[in-house]
Design a protein around this ligand. Structure first.
Ligand code: 5RP
Length: 237
């Protein structure tokens, strides 16, 4: 369900702009996706050429492999409870910096890493900015395979059209890095994001949603006029 690779130049600009925030000694949460790939490549360049010393906390096999390839030291996410900063892409971002994530099926670990970060920063090209979340992009949920029938019934009752995400170069469903299914929830209307998030999390077998509400303090959004930094006030930021 990944978007096309359009806007790669803008994604690169956003990724590089966020990499400029990283300082020696930081523990850095590293999201997943094509925009994050540019962020990590820039970090890898600084590690190699400028002796930047950081520790990466990765959110997926994708970002872990990339860090290893680029010589960025990686810490075990499960052994940590706080990190300095996390940077991640998103499928949609609103002007309050709420986001939908999970286009790459990595949102569960992404949310864990974003929550333990003192600062969580979103990066994206301008096509990701929307007035209202969830009307053009489904909300992904990670679901234990045994619960997928129940989850489909319960999410239909909440007004969603639930679709099990199917793999592209594998028969059958997408299996997340954690061994679970992803169900994409298509809504025609969405009034209260926090309420729908809580209702989804209350269904047995739903591990995590792709709704990131009130988590980011900044977003680096690249457009034709350059990279804009959007900020919201958050305690401690
Ligand atoms: C992965 C994600 C990604 O950050 C999101 O899908 C954006 O991806 P891209 O940077 O490739 O557009 O949430 O689970």
């Amino acid at each position: 369900m990944k978007a096309s690779s359009a806007n790669l130049e803008l994604k690169e600009k956003a990724g590089i702009a966020a990499a400029n925030l990283i300082e020696n000694g930081m523990t850095v949460g590293i999201g997943t996706g094509s925009t994050v790939e540019f962020f990590v490549k820039e970090l890898g360049r600084s590690v190699k050429e400028e002796s930047l010393s950081i520790k990466g906390v990765t959110t997926s096999h994708q970002s872990k492999i990339l860090c290893y390839q680029l010589g960025i030291q990686v810490l075990d996410v499960g052994m940590l409870d706080e990190i300095d900063l996390a940077v991640d892409g998103a499928d949609e971002i609103d002007y309050s910096l709420n986001a939908i994530k999970g286009g790459g099926a990595a949102h569960t670990i992404e949310k864990i890493v974003a929550t333990m970060a003192k600062k969580f920063i979103l990066i994206g090209d301008e096509s990701k900015l929307v007035d209202r979340l969830g009307l053009d992009t489904p909300i992904p949920i990670e679901v234990i395979p045994e619960a997928v029938g129940l989850v489909q019934k319960k999410t239909k009752a909440l007004g969603a059209d639930p679709r099990i995400r199917m793999a592209v170069r594998k028969d059958g469903p997408v299996i997340s890095d954690n061994g679970n299914f992803i169900v994409d929830l298509y809504f025609k209307q969405l009034e209260n994001l926090s309420e729908i998030n809580n209702l989804l999390l209350s269904i047995p077998g739903v591990i995590e949603t792709g709704l990131f509400i009130g988590m980011a303090s900044q977003a680096f959004i690249a457009g034709a006029d350059g990279v804009k930094v959007l900020k919201v006030e958050k305690e401690g930021n």
